[in-house]
Structure formats: C-alpha cells, structure tokens
Ligand binder design. Structure first.
Ligand code: PXP
Length: 244
C-alpha cells in the first residue's frame, strides 16, 4: 500500500492570512501523526509565504513519523536542510508568482544546483526525491544525478477533462512509475489528488508514497483533520486491496 504523507502547508497559509499564531501547523503535525499518516510534508518557500523556519524546526523536533521537506535547490535551503535534517527532501521548482508548484523539475537541464543539493543531503543521510513530470528523460536524469526517489507529478491526471483523458494521463503516470521502479528509484506521486481521484493512482502498485495536501486540509475545515486523514487513508487502503 502506498504510504500517505500529508502536506500541511495550508494550515500555515490560514495562519498567515492574519499573521497570527493560529492555526499552528505544529498542532496539525501531531493530529496527522495520531490519525495514522506515515509522514508530514512541508514546503519551506524562499518567500516564507506559509511554513516558516520556526515551524520547520518545531515539527522536526516533535515529528516521529517521516518528515519530508519540499524545497528549491538553493544554497539557502540546502544549508537549512543540512542543519535541521528532515528524513527526506523533495526538490521542487519554485516561482514567486505561482499559487502552488506548477510543474516538475527540469532535472535534465539543471544539473548543477540539483546535484549540489543532492550531494550535500546524501552526505548526512537525508533521502532525496525529485518532483518531476512523468517523462522518461526526467526519470533517467534523476537516476543519473543520484536521487534516491522521484515524485511523479500527477497534475495532468488531476486536471484531465473526461474519462478518456483521465485514463490516458493515468496510463502515462503508471508507465513512468514502472520505468522508475525498474531502474531502481523509489517512486512517489502527488499534486492535485483528491478524495474523488486518488483511488486509481493509489492502485498503481509501484507507488510507495502519496503526497496530498490541499484536498485533505480543505476537507478538514468541515470534518476535522483527524477524520480527513483517516478517510484518505481508507481510500488508499481500499484501492490497494482492490486494484482495478
Ligand atoms: N507534491 C509536491 C511536490 C507539491 O509541491 C505539492 C503541493 O505543495 C503536493 C505534492 C501536494 O499537492 P496538493 O496540495 O495538490 O495535494
């Protein structure tokens, strides 16, 4: 079964809407843990628009499940990661104007900064994952550059219109996952996954971990974070035990 890492950035986004102390993403991390998720994902952005350095340090201190830090491959973020030592870093492209991460890394084109960050992280035992589009060229580049894992961008699948387009995009993700697994990379996936579209992706046997944020935090507003996490875990578990 794919493990679930819950991205709690949006809890900090609500806090930052008023620049106050609540809701505290540190509280969210404990609830996510108690609800049975396998990991916490947070994205420390250059502009600190939601998660900040204090959140990262406190969550690192209290987090007993996997802590996955999403970050850009910059010197600043690499230094922070090497100091705080999350279990895993996921390198993502970052644009100041974007609402959320918009696409996968171009690993093939930008080997300098990505390689430096991977080398620094590996030296101190941090697992490294690259967020990429489900494209063979990027998977090969990730392997070649020494990443431990790739996170397949499921955005095209999530945004597909109609069943045929969705099935096509799912096939692209599934084939990319099989290819990455075959060349020895750990395989994760995420972006745009919801309670309504997660099952087919969770049914892809090669995927070891799903990163899901927006949909879980959105549901948590109405049903509470504990229930929202448990409901997502149940869908992933069901998809695994009854693959299509
Ligand atoms: N994976 C990566 C690399 C991301 O940047 C994000 C968004 O922060 C997610 C997964 C989660 O996406 P969503 O919030 O759409 O579930």
């Amino acid at each position: 079964m794919a493990e679930l890492c819950v991205n709690i950035d949006h809890v900090a986004t609500i806090r930052q809407a008023r620049r106050t102390f609540e809701p505290d993403p540190v509280f969210a991390a404990t609830i996510v843990h108690l609800a049975g998720a396998h990991g916490i994902t947070i994205h420390l952005r250059e502009d600190r628009r939601h998660i900040n350095d204090r959140d990262l340090r406190l969550i690192r201190d209290i987090c007993q499940i996997k802590l996955n830090l999403e970050m850009a491959a910059t010197d600043e973020m690499t230094n922070i990661a090497c100091e705080v030592i999350p279990d895993q870093i996921t390198l993502v492209p970052e644009g100041r104007q974007e609402i959320t991460t918009e696409g996968g890394l171009d690993v093939d084109a930008d080997q300098g900064s990505i390689r430096r960050t991977i080398d620094a992280a590996k030296e101190i035992g941090i697992e490294t994952s690259l967020f990429i589009d489900p494209v063979k060229k990027q998977i090969d580049a990730a392997k070649q550059i020494g990443a431990d894992a790739v996170e397949m961008h499921t955005g095209n699948y999530a945004n597909a219109h109609g069943l045929a387009e969705q099935a096509h995009e799912l096939e692209i993700v599934a084939e990319a996952c099989a290819y990455a697994d075959n060349i020895g990379l750990d395989v994760y996936a995420g972006h745009g996954l919801t309670y309504y579209n997660v099952a087919p992706v969770a049914g892809i046997g090669d995927i070891q971990e799903l990163n899901i944020g927006h949909s879980i935090i959105a549901r948590a507003v109405f049903v509470g974070l504990d229930k929202a996490v448990r409901e997502m875990l149940a869908l992933i578990r069901r998809a695994y035990s009854t693959p299509s």
